[in-house]
Design a protein around this ligand. Structure first.
Ligand code: SF4
Length: 382
């Protein structure tokens, strides 16, 4: 385990100003840690920083709803679609713990746990079933593994859609509640794998996307829970958020990837930390991630995750060697990029008839986006 050492860890004595700021943060944002995570928070600085409210969250920054929860896409609560070939379902909107770098901590999203109703689910299934271009359904949250009955109800219906070939379940509950990842749950998930040997186009794969940000999160219980899926032939893909003071160096990322591979998890995405409210102190520059991937690229190429930043119109991949173009807007540094997405495609799947702010269309019809960069400065003294 890494040792508790600095500003947002749970053993550092706060200054008077930091204490005041932390009080503000506690009033403004929710905080929740599951029992098994609580133990880990005490042992690991890298984990503590992700879950203990920090005074730095009081710094004015970021948006409360980078992606609107329960966005009424096509009028259907819990359905989202921004890509031609994928749809996202969010059956259950709560998490067992709140990651400080995520917008779930905001009180405006709090209150009673929200979930898709039977009517919402039927409408979403009818929408996906009516468009054969949708080959992948991502079931995310909140955390789909918290309400396992609801998840099964959704999976049964998704599996009835003949053109859906991939179902991906996104979770962090393997870390938050490894005790809830039972053999029964893994059996239930595995039932939705289907191989048609004669006609592979009729096959369907179900996989799990697991968010893990640091090697300290790979505890024996987490590895055991992951093995319940892996031993039943379910692929687990690891996804990681790049965060200042937690994993923003080549050694931390390389060690995490190496441990993923050792326990059978496929390294998949490295996400740049989104401009979420109260998350300024976590955000490195986008270039930092490129530098990290460059530094680890001399090791086996198969280990490198896709490095992406996420905007309202989709993911932007920025691999090793990528050259970033910067522009200044109102004194802030943005990354300008032509995306692989056609504006007409985006608008076809959007409820709006125009692109989100900070996006424009180039002469070839592709969307150009402006993404707020982070920085690699030392944290300012409070
Ligand atoms: S588990 Fe995922 S959705 Fe929930 S708070 Fe953490 S990052 Fe956000």
């Amino acid at each position: 385990m890494s040792t508790i050492s600095n500003e947002t860890s749970n053993k550092k004595k706060l200054s008077e100003r930091e204490r005041q700021m932390q009080q503000e943060v506690l009033k403004r944002f929710r905080s929740k840690v599951s029992p098994s995570l609580g133990k880990l928070v005490k042992e690991s600085d890298a984990v503590a920083k992700q879950f203990i409210p920090s005074p730095y969250e009081a710094l004015e920054f970021g948006t409360e709803k980078p992606f609107e929860e329960g966005k009424n896409n096509h009028g259907i609560y819990g359905l989202e679609r921004i890509y031609e070939d994928r749809a996202v379902l969010t059956p259950y909107f709560e998490c067992s713990a709140y990651c400080r770098y995520c917008f779930k901590k905001t009180r405006t999203l709090g209150g009673e746990a929200k979930r898709m109703t039977d009517e919402n689910i039927d409408a979403a299934i009818a929408y996906i079933g009516s468009d054969a271009r949708i080959k992948t359904v991502l079931i995310t949250g909140g955390d789909p593994f918290i309400d396992q009955e609801l998840l099964e109800q959704v999976l049964v219906k998704v599996a009835e859609i003949p053109h859906v070939r991939n179902i991906r379940v996104g979770t962090r509950n393997i870390l938050f509640q490894p005790e809830a990842i039972t053999d029964e749950l893994a059996e239930m998930i595995a039932r939705f794998n289907h191989i048609d040997y004669e006609n592979p186009a009729n096959s369907r794969n179900i996989s799990v996307g697991l968010s893990i940000n640091h090697k300290d999160e790979l505890t024996p219980d987490v590895i055991r829970a992951a093995q319940r899926f892996i031993s039943r032939g379910i692929i687990i893909r690891g996804q990681t958020v790049l965060m200042k003071g937690i994993n923003d160096n080549p050694q931390a990322i390389l060690e995490l990837i190496s441990m993923f591979l050792a326990v059978g998890i496929v390294p998949y995405y490295l996400f740049h930390c989104m401009p979420v409210i109260g998350a300024k102190h976590f955000r490195t520059s986008v270039q930092r991630g490129i530098d990290i991937l460059n530094a680890i690229s001399r090791f086996s190429g198969s280990t490198a995750p896709h490095y992406v930043y996420v905007t309202p119109i989709g993911k932007h991949r920025v691999g090793p060697g990528h050259h970033l173009e910067y522009v200044e807007i109102e004194g802030l540094k943005y990354i300008k990029a032509t995306t692989p997405y056609k504006a007409t495609d985006f608008l076809e799947f959007s409820d709006n008839d125009k692109l989100p702010p900070l996006h424009e269309i180039n002469e070839d019809g592709y969307v150009v986006s402006y993404y707020l960069d982070g920085d690699d400065d030392e944290l300012e003294v409070l």
